[in-house]
Design a protein around this ligand. Structure first.
Ligand SMILES: Cc1cc2nc3c(=O)[nH]c(=O)nc-3n(C[C@H](O)[C@H](O)[C@H](O)COP(=O)(O)OP(=O)(O)OC[C@H]3O[C@@H](n4cnc5c(N)ncnc54)[C@H](O)[C@@H]3O)c2cc1C
Length: 339
């Protein structure tokens, strides 16, 4: 009999993230599919009782909470101590956790302490004929593998978009408080994040907007128009709520000392040596659509591109619609429509 623990952490406002709710869907679906499986929920952080209430009607047999101000922001030591204590109290055999940066850096350490094994970045979970399998990508999303394990506990971190976020009524639950050793030597004294990308990278947005190097190239009047380019891009991103991606060529110009768009860093880069974001729709502008870039579009379902060159890479089966047009003009019209 599997004891399935959905291990979550609260956000700084005491709520659960969308990825946490998606992980809960995976956990409860798996518990329903595996014979005699028991669903358990563990929450660490602050305001954990509030978070437990938020998902109180999820059908879990038991809730475990570990709460301390030291868990407000993620730190490896305290998160691992709390998670280990919850997993032991729950006697978990399978542990699902959101594949966010906070838990991804902690779960392998926790698995070793529990004499278990961890697999990160699962994108699908199936429980056919009583056997649990996960799917995960390898070699920069070129090979997908289905895996199973005999070892227990088996810790699995779940990627975003693997399941729909759990929805249900809030309900007060009688959660078991788990104590753990707080490491007084570990303190989170601040967060350093790339200033420019904090607001522009939005993994949950329905739209990815990609800016390519063409925005910084000389246009038909023989001049570059960097200020106008940046204003058009940011205006669109702010009005539409799109996540801002970039090609490598554009962000590389930054490190090469050329004039660039200040709103972009390497964190925005999409592609083979960049990120592989997941959004239902994508719009590429002033980007050629070469394979090392478009490979990062693997999980973008509906694709459109704007390029002055009708023979650009996008035209070769990489996009659903290619607008052969000047992106400066198109984005201005689009922004006016969005006003
Ligand atoms: C090992 C390796 C890994 C790589 N990894 C990545 C990666 O992760 N991500 C990545 O992006 N690239 C990657 N590259 C680089 C990739 O091959 C391309 O060089 C890069 O994507 C090109 O960027 P770009 O399309 O923005 O620029 P360009 O190739 O310079 O294209 C600019 C485009 O803008 C268009 N344009 C100009 N003005 C306008 C206008 N007014 N309106 C509309 N269109 C206009 C032009 O027609 C042109 O097509 C990698 C390369 C290698 C070798």
């Amino acid at each position: 009999m599997e004891r399935i623990l959905c291990l979550l952490h609260t956000q700084s406002d005491g709520t659960l993230s969308q990825l946490a709710l998606e992980t809960l869907t995976v956990s409860s679906t798996t518990a329903a599919q595996l014979p005699d499986a028991v669903l358990l929920v563990g929450i660490l952080g602050t305001a954990t009782q509030q978070a437990a209430t938020q998902i109180g009607s999820c059908g879990a047999n038991q809730f475990f909470i570990a709460e301390d101000p030291a868990l407000e922001k993620g730190s490896y030591h305290n998160d691992t101590n709390a998670a280990e204590a919850i997993a032991k109290a729950a006697q978990a055999t399978i542990i699902f956790a959101p594949a966010d940066s906070r838990f991804n850096r902690m779960i392998s350490g926790m698995a070793i302490r529990l004499n278990g094994r961890a697999d990160t970045h699962a994108v699908a979970v199936a429980a056919d004929n009583g056997t649990l399998t996960i799917s995960r990508w390898y070699y920069r999303q070129r090979i997908i593998a289905q895996q199973t394990r005999q070892q227990r506990p088996w810790v699995i971190s779940i990627e975003s978009d693997t399941a729909a976020p759990w929805k249900g009524d809030s309900k007060t639950v009688d959660a078991t408080t788990v104590s753990f050793a707080v490491d007084a030597n570990t303190k989170v004294i601040g967060t350093i994040a790339p200033e420019n990308t904090v607001q522009t990278i939005k993994p949950d947005s329905p739209l990815l907007f990609v800016a390519g190097a063409g925005w910084c190239k000389k246009q038909s009047d023989g001049q570059t128009h960097l200020l106008e380019a940046e204003s058009l891009i940011l205006d669109f991103v702010n009005r539409s709520g799109a996540s801002l991606g970039s090609s490598k060529s554009l962000v590389d110009q930054n490190s090469e000392g050329e004039a660039v768009l200040g709103c972009l860093t390497h964190m925005n880069q999409v592609g083979q040596t960049g990120s592989t974001p997941r959004h239902p729709k994508g719009l590429a502008t002033c980007c050629h659509g070469e394979e090392p870039h478009t490979v990062g579009w693997r999980f973008i379902t509906q694709r459109r591109a704007i390029n002055t060159d009708a023979n650009c890479g996008w035209a070769r089966g990489k996009t659903d619609v290619l607008y052969v047009a000047d992106a400066f003009k198109v984005m201005k019209i689009l922004n006016d429509l969005l006003k």
